[in-house]
Design a protein around this ligand. Structure first.
Ligand code: SF4
Length: 72
């Protein structure tokens, strides 16, 4: 498992944005850890059309904290 820091995709509102209630997304937000091989689609408007897939520890300057993530 990888530790996911605030500012990385796993804690971003756009990570798995199409299915934010999926168990693995919720667990990453709550526990700040993710499997090494877990990837999901970035829903940011500038990336969505490209179907960009990112790992939980990837990142970019468009990071926005997930509602149910950084506050916990
Ligand atoms: S690539 Fe950027 S916008 Fe997309 S999930 Fe990661 S930090 Fe968020």
């Amino acid at each position: 498992m990888l530790t996911v820091q605030n500012g990385q995709c796993g804690m971003c509102a756009h990570f798995g944005e199409e299915h934010p209630q999926e168990r693995q997304i919720v667990q990453i937000h709550q526990k700040h850890v993710a499997p090494e091989d877990f990837v999901d689609e970035c829903g940011h408007p500038q990336h969505a059309a490209l179907h960009l897939k990112v790992t939980a520890i990837s990142g970019c300057d468009a990071f926005e904290p997930a509602d149910n993530g950084a506050a916990r």
